[in-house]
Design a protein around this ligand. Sequence first.
Ligand code: TXA
Ligand code: MG
Length: 320
Amino acid sequence: MKTVISTDRVAAVELLRKGEIIALPTETVYGLAGSALNPLAVTKIFEAKERPRFDPLIIHLPNREWIDRIADVPASDRQLICRLTDKFWPGPFTMVLPKLEIVPDIVTAGLNTVAVRLSAHPILAKIVDELDEPLAAPSANRFGSVSPTTAQHVLDELDGRIPLIVDAGPTEYGIESTIVAVQDDRIAVLRRGPITNEQLSRFAEITTAVDTAKISSPGQLPSHYAPKTPLCLINNAEDFFPKKDQRVGLLAWESNANAKRFAAVRNLSDRADLREAAANLFRYLRELDALGLDLIVAERVHSKGLGAAIMDRLERASHR
Ligand code: TXA
Ligand code: MG
């Protein structure tokens, strides 16, 4: 199959209507989308990504009203859920809710919950609105590798496996949405992301310990974001000296390490700006990974606000 990169929205909607899968931009990372209510389309997503069937997908809604067509919002939690969606939708925010019958089991990997999100990306929003059907859309990478933040990254991952990549330039946030579940008036954070715990704690108490009998996030495997090159975390590159003949790449944060020691350096943000760092993170990881180095060292970022979400990705990338 030939994979085309284009900005053709009409072709995108047509392909989706026919049950095909295509890559689309969101404000977080590029997604691999197919009609969420069409089990065959959803199967194609799992196949193209080589994703294990036990890992459920996120559903992107055409609009807010769809939440009650997909999810069985519990009366006891409705108020808090509405306050959260009023504040963070559309945006990089995903909620896990009890699912309704209409959602095919393959989407949720047999769980009785479903992850839903309303994206603020103007192109995705237009496409899903024209289609007037929810889209299942996980990140558009092969399973286990780093999420794509440009159309070219998607091509590198899925060339020949999908007909179309809708190109809208690099994504704004660069890391995946925050995923939460609401339990007994508390917010369980299943995946950290652009909406920070600090922001969420204005609405309710935050828990990171989740009642796994009720809610699990199977995609949160320790090594989920692994580059091919071994990666280790360090506090400060100024104290790191590569071994003789060892080619080491540096993913830098706030250090002024002597760049000559390293085979390649990428600085997450010259201004020590966490938003810029998040937006650059996966692109730089991919660039360093493509150089065939012996090792990538990444400086730890402070774990406040968005820094916690960046550290979450770096820790997973370093796990093997
Ligand atoms: O920003 C994002 O969320 C991107 C864009 C494309 O929307 N999507 C994304 O999808 O990151 P994916 O499939 O790469 O990650 C979805 C995560 C997985 O870790 C999965 O296990 C979890 O969401 N998930 C999905 N449904 C769930 C459910 N019912 N309960 C718990 N976790 C769920
Ligand atoms: Mg993913």
